[in-house]
Write a protein that binds this ligand. Sequence first.
Ligand code: AHM
Ligand code: MG
Length: 344
Amino acid sequence: MDHRLTLTQHLLREVEEHTPGGGPVASILAQIATACKEIRAELAEVGLGTLAGMKGGVNVQGEAVHKLDWYANEVFKKHFAGSGLLCTLISEEMEDIFHLDEDCPRAEHVLCYDPMDGSSNLDVDGAVGTIFGIRRKALGAAHGQPEEVFEPGTEQVAAGYVLYGPQCMLVYGVGGNVHGFTLDTAVGEFFLSHPSIRMPEQGKEYSANLARLGAWDPAFREFVRRHSHGGESERTYSLRYIGALVADFHRMLLRGGVFLYPGDAKNPSGKLRLLYEAAPLAFLAEAAGGAASNGRERILDLVPDGLHVRTPLVIGSRYEVSAIEKLLAGDRRPELTTSKGASA
Ligand code: AHM
Ligand code: MG
């Protein structure tokens, strides 16, 4: 019988090798996997149970809270409080930091996470996900204060996501490598299925909520116009938009292309949050050979000044991210076409 590598076996080898003193990080990742397996089990039965529908009320973002948003966040709290693995949790579903006082003397890491990304898909049995980024507490930050994470995303030591789709996949990145695992539900284990993922340098698909296009910066509109059928570029793209960042990003990671969520006049920073959406996925994109930008700056260089700050996001293959950055910088020249027919 073929030997299948479990996530736990992989973590022990990979994290130790690439992260000095990586033992706690491997344990945190393993604990995230356990929490996500619990969330997945609930998702699989949601229509039959009591967690379907809305919880009532809004979260710190002013967004309606599904029962599963709340539940998934509680699962994370339950798995980490008292574990001695983390000092602080920062979640889309919690206005303030959740400081684990009793764990802090031993733990030096902070977990930033979106427990149930794309939760509007819950009502229609669509894909949803969990996003996470792990950082060390900022040196010198006051104990238990948000300043613990007011550092650029380059300070993340690991990041990843779980995609609850037809299959449940966990993807994590550490030390410049990204690996994907698929849950064998019969065994209850994640097994390595996508080792050393590399994002293609160019893709054939883009992903964006085009209903907002009219309010975007004209440079973003220009990218779409040029690359639509009938536009002047030889490279035409297909549009794919699931409305769950994890699922849309996962496609970009495997097939290349670009996901865009620009700002507009009303919301100049767009919708997506830096600490627990953009920065973890930017960490993965770069580790896999892709790129992530707010259109002008690298996402991983942005320093948050609040727990729930938002950022425009352009993430995917290097070619497309760079093409959009050039348009935003005012370079509207037609593309150059290489001898292979691809644009340079
Ligand atoms: P959420 O974390 O509250 O679910 O919000 C984030 C989601 C992303 O998953 C997705 O990319 C985006 O919101 C979709 O927004 P829109 O409905 O404006 O297209
Ligand atoms: Mg989200």
